[in-house]
Design a protein around this ligand. Sequence first.
Ligand code: MLT
Ligand code: MN
Length: 300
Amino acid sequence: MQVLILGAAAGGGFPQWNANNELNQHARAGDPACPRQTQSSIAVSADGVDWVLFNASPDLRQQFTENPAMHPKGNALRHTPIKGVVLSNADVDHIAGLLTLRERQAYSLYATGRVLETLAANSVFNVLNPEFVTRNAVKANTPFNVAGLTITLFPVPGKVALYLEKEGEANFGTVEEDTVGVEITHGDKRVLYVPGCAQITDALKARAEGAELLLFDGTLFVDDEMTTTGESIKTGHRMGHVSMTGHGGSLNAFDDVEIGQRLYIHLNNTNPVLDQSSKERAVVEAAGWGVAQDKMEISL
Ligand code: MLT
Ligand code: MN
């Protein structure tokens, strides 16, 4: 099984268009310690030929152009190695790329019923011609097969997408289909892709036990890193993301779980871990974590 990191950053990417802190300035200036990262997506293949895309980021066109595995192959005038697209939630950074995947090209789209409802309610997604793009509502904990991979969506604590929040309603974990983790299996190899998760539960730890690879929500290093600087009015918790450090932080939450490799993904542009020379990056690595980067390839 091959796992290709298309986008390691969270929504906004790194640098983000309007972000002007030191970290983003370094990335914009081309500091080799702060490599630029595009928005949240991976591709996985059982055979290195056919691929399944997990989340469709606003940077999809750039990601496909820059990664040869995503290019059309052979002599046909239209082709894509992408056989399926799986969504983990309806966040902008995970669905906007669907608009790039239009034209008369056949593939299957998989997501929970809740996420598909959101697409159905936004008529701009009608650019995905239903004669070519089938939309498949997937139940949680019910495996399905695409291109030789067995895929299972499983609920994780999370929340509705930002733009679906309603004043006066509890927007956290109200419906289990709002945010899911993805388990990808090929032969005896298992990968978990969890780019958004509000809390690390025993159920999640049990699922992670024995996995070859865990790609986990690395949005923020500290829960209040955007509120203390005034860059945002929201904490990580408020956005539905457990942070790396602090109470219940992800850094040590999987310490008693046997996992081949653990990598942070979906890093927000304020997370100091994006700077490879930072003390926070050293802390993360000392705790046994790596950090995903655009174009990283992992063979299992
Ligand atoms: C998130 O991961 O919380 C969202 O992508 C945030 C956003 O939509 O800006
Ligand atoms: Mn996001």
